[in-house]
Ligand binder design. Structure first.
Ligand SMILES: *Cc1c(COP(=O)(O)O)cnc(C)c1O
Length: 379
């Protein structure tokens, strides 16, 4: 089956008891059993729930993986991955990272004496050099947030496997429609399903997909033991949202390209970051590892924070809000929002200055989006 067919059908058989075409919301905590040890595969909804199982199977199919697991948030999914590490071990990550992930590495893992080394996103030699005898995994996010740099997943996977490490790829920004890291050698794919996968800004959720039996067992154990699972209604909303993932991603990309074109020509814009731009430093890699560049666009405004502040307040359609990947357009100020948990010196050294803005380009009519940008950027 191809992508959209999987989104609509994988894990989603008509309900055998009624014929209902849509997966029911099994809003139940527990399941009647015939007797000791005799049940229909479900015992308690923290361990498994039929609506969540349908979602998990569909998520696995979209990444072309064997196993999918759904979580209550992207961060809950991240913590499941990190539960594979033991106290005193080490991980290597890229430096242009979602702020919440950085906070988790620095403030939760450190308490277990687990250290993280951060390397410049696309310096392959740096990944290799950062590996220590106690390193267990490499964690990358590509495209990165918010500068949309790319990391060569295949090359990093080779390094990871040469050192017997796991490679984790946070695929939230690309979505499985534009990038499938398992095909490029990743061991675990992570999503904040809050973003493109659900796509309608009405749930918080996370997911992990893997092909490895051993990794799956560890993650599944943690999911049930730690308990950060989504409720049946959120699982159902996510399943409903992801059916249109391909359609939405194509429109996000088409609109993003028009926005990029508009911004590139605009006198108040100093620089535009978008992997699909021929001038982007990782453009060639984008062609190789992604089938599209997605809907995220970042840009530097000429001027000071006061100018940025004025522009933000003038937007009428682009809502000033955290998050991304929904059908509606959003504008965010990374230095004070998503990258807020990162200390200012570290943030600025990574290029995330006060005049950087990030757009999550929605699927509204492009004429309206461009008109909004035009009036917001007018002096
Ligand atoms: C939002 C996000 C997360 C965290 O996910 P939540 O659903 O907010 O917990 C992780 N990684 C990336 C790239 C994100 O954008």
């Amino acid at each position: 089956m191809k992508f959209s067919t999987k989104a609509i059908h994988a894990g989603q058989e008509p309900d055998p008891s009624t014929g209902a075409i849509m997966t029911p919301i099994f809003q139940t905590s527990t399941y009647a059993q015939a007797g000791p040890g005799e049940h229909k595969g479900f015992e308690y909804s923290r361990a498994s729930n039929p609506t969540r199982c349908a979602l998990e199977e569909c998520l696995a199919a979209l990444e072309d993986g064997r196993y999918g697991l759904a979580f209550a948030s992207g961060m809950a999914a991240e913590n499941a991955v990190l539960s594979l590490l033991n106290a005193g071990e080490h991980l290597v990550s890229c430096d242009d990272l979602y702020g919440g992930t950085y906070r988790c590495f620095e403030h939760i893992l450190r308490r277990s004496n687990i250290e993280t080394s951060y390397v410049s996103a696309n310096s392959l030699a740096a990944y290799e050099q950062a590996i220590r005898p106690n390193t267990r995994l490499i964690w990358v996010e590509t495209p990165t947030n918010p500068l949309l740099r790319l990391i060569d997943i295949q090359a990093v996977a080779e390094i990871a496997h040469r050192h017997k490490l796991l490679l984790v790829v946070d695929n939230t920004f690309a979505s499985p429609y534009f990038q499938q890291p398992l095909h490029l050698g990743a061991d675990i794919v992570l999503h904040s399903t809050t973003k493109y996968i659900n796509g309608h800004s009405d749930i918080i959720g996370g997911a992990l997909i893997t092909n490895s039996d051993e990794v799956y067992e560890g993650l599944k154990f943690y999911q049930s033991a730690a308990g950060g699972v989504p409720g049946p209604f959120d699982a159902w909303l996510t399943l409903r949202g992801l059916k249109t993932l391909a359609l939405r991603m194509r429109q996000h990309e088409e609109n993003a390209r028009a926005v990029v074109h508009f911004l590139t020509e605009h006198p108040r814009v100093e620089k535009v970051y978008y992997p699909g731009l021929a001038s982007h430093s990782d453009h060639e890699l984008a062609d190789r590892q992604m089938s599209g560049s997605g809907g995220m666009v970042s840009f530097l405004l000429r001027g000071t924070f006061a100018d940025v502040d004025r522009v933000i307040r003038k937007f009428k359609l682009f809502a000033y809000a955290k998050s991304l990947g929904g059908i509606e357009s959003l504008v965010c100020h990374p230095a004070t929002m998503t990258q807020g948990p990162i200390p200012k010196e570290i943030r600025e050294a990574r290029g995330i200055t006060d005049t950087l803005l990030r757009l999550s380009v929605g699927i509204e009519d492009i004429e309206d989006l461009l008109a909004d940008l035009d009036q917001a950027l007018a002096t």
